[in-house]
Ligand binder design. Structure first.
Ligand code: T3D
Length: 263
């Protein structure tokens, strides 16, 4: 599929996805959803991919749904926003959180509405210090979607989640780091290189171990400590039989750098 609204490459184990509608702050149209979905199809099929890096072109990361894209209601009738979530936003969040590899999001500018919550769905969120996160839904009579009502209270606690969601006030990147919503806020000029360095690190990491770590932590919300201890036991048993575990231990003993294959 030819891409007009995203840039997408796979190289050296790194999939790079750039939302590319800068004049509309990379807000999502149906077309862009289709192209992002195509990129995920490619990532999921390609065993060479060991990490995904998502960012935005221009001065914004993503302003959520493009409010002028009425292609979601071809008959000109009221837009069925539930269908839009069911068909496009929910699958996207499920794919980001379910991808068996670390997903890095480099938030280069404003992240509003679904744009903020798509970022919060990533495993590692880096943000430029000038970036801000806005739960814009409050300004247009909607609820936080793309997992916002789930991720905000878990990441920031209920008081902050309610404050952000009910007021729609912008949250600056450094405060988002302080509140635990993102991994790091970095100087604007350092964002691309910091994200790139991390992607390179993940592309040569023991991918299966990282994938199981991601899923174990993400699914832990639904488990008791007792259940989680059993899950850790089973995962460790499985991972202890992998080539990467052998390689990691062998490299440690031989005092050399490990060469993980992601297997
Ligand atoms: O399908 C469904 O609808 C259900 C799913 C919903 C999920 C959602 O995401 S709902 C929330 C939608 N997003 C918003 O409400 C955010 C709207 N945008 C803003 O509030 C502001 O643009 C920002 C706070 C993000 C940034 O403000 P600022 O001052 O830095 O930039 P700006 O001048 O407002 O925007 C620059 C241009 O982008 C501007 O166009 P222009 O005037 O230069 O021709 C603006 O209209 C356009 N733009 C920004 N956001 C959107 C957008 N165009 C369409 N849709 C947008 N969401």
């Amino acid at each position: 599929m030819a891409h007009e609204t995203i840039l997408f490459t796979i190289e050296n184990g790194i999939a790079r996805l750039t939302l590319n509608r800068p004049d509309r702050l990379n807000s999502f149209t149906v077309q862009m959803h289709g192209e992002v979905s195509d990129a995920f199809d490619q990532i999921e099929k390609d065993n060479s991919v060991r990490t995904l890096l998502i960012t935005g072109a221009g001065r914004g990361f993503c302003a959520g749904q493009d409010l002028t894209d009425r292609a979601v209601a071809p008959d000109g009738d009221n837009v069925d926003l539930g269908q839009s979530l069911e068909d496009r936003y929910n699958p996207l969040i499920r794919r980001i959180t379910g991808l068996p590899m670390p997903v890095i999001c480099a938030v280069n500018g404003v992240a509003a509405g679904a744009g903020a919550n798509i970022a919060f769905a990533a495993d590692i969120v880096l943000a430029a210090k000038s970036a801000k996160f806005i739960q814009s839904f409050a300004n247009i009579g909607l609820v936080p979607d793309s997992g916002g009502t789930w991720s905000l209270p878990r990441l920031a606690g209920q008081a902050r989640a309610l404050g952000l969601a009910l007021t729609g006030e912008p949250l600056l990147a450094e405060k988002a780091e302080e509140w635990g919503l993102i991994w790091k806020a970095v100087d604007d000029g350092a964002l691309a290189s910091t994200a790139n360095d991390l992607a390179i690190k993940f592309a040569s990491a023991p991918t299966r171990g990282l994938a199981e770590t991601k899923q174990a932590i993400r699914s832990s919300w639904a488990h008791s400590l007792d259940e989680q201890l059993d899950i850790e036991r089973d995962l460790q048993r499985k991972l202890g039989k992998t080539e990467d575990y052998r390689e990691g231990v062998d490299a440690f003993m031989s005092k050399r750098k490990p060469a993980f294959k992601g297997q």
